[in-house]
Design a protein around this ligand. Structure first.
Ligand code: ZN
Length: 105
């Protein structure tokens, strides 16, 4: 990647990440076509789970709309660094207590 060229726009980088197969469903409940993302946790989530994440507070999950909100480069970098749903879930769901199951849509 050239340092002189125009950096790829933030919206473009977000969309590229969202287009990856793992990110086409909500990280939390599996609902299709998530339109929201937690910038600091690095997952794409649906509207319902967005509400749950918001209720946790922005110090735990900073939720932004993929299409409506303005993302700073730092927020996009953080999301890309985690890499989206599959890698975030491999961390956060690495140890699920027995008898606990993931919510469904
Ligand atoms: Zn969901």
């Amino acid at each position: 990647m050239s340092q002189l060229g125009r950096p790829t726009s933030g919206k473009r980088r977000l969309k590229d990440l969202l287009d990856q197969r793992d990110n086409r469903v909500c990280a939390d409940c599996g609902a299709p076509d998530p339109k929201w993302a937690s910038a600091n946790i690095g997952v794409f989530i649906c509207l319902k789970c967005c509400g749950v994440h918001r209720s946790l507070g922005t110090h735990i999950s900073k939720v932004l709309s993929v299409t409506l909100d303005e993302w700073s480069d730092d927020e996009i970098d953080a999301l890309i660094e985690v890499g989206g749903n599959a890698s975030a879930n491999s961390i956060y769901e690495a140890y699920i207590p027995e008898g606990v199951s993931k919510p469904r849509p």
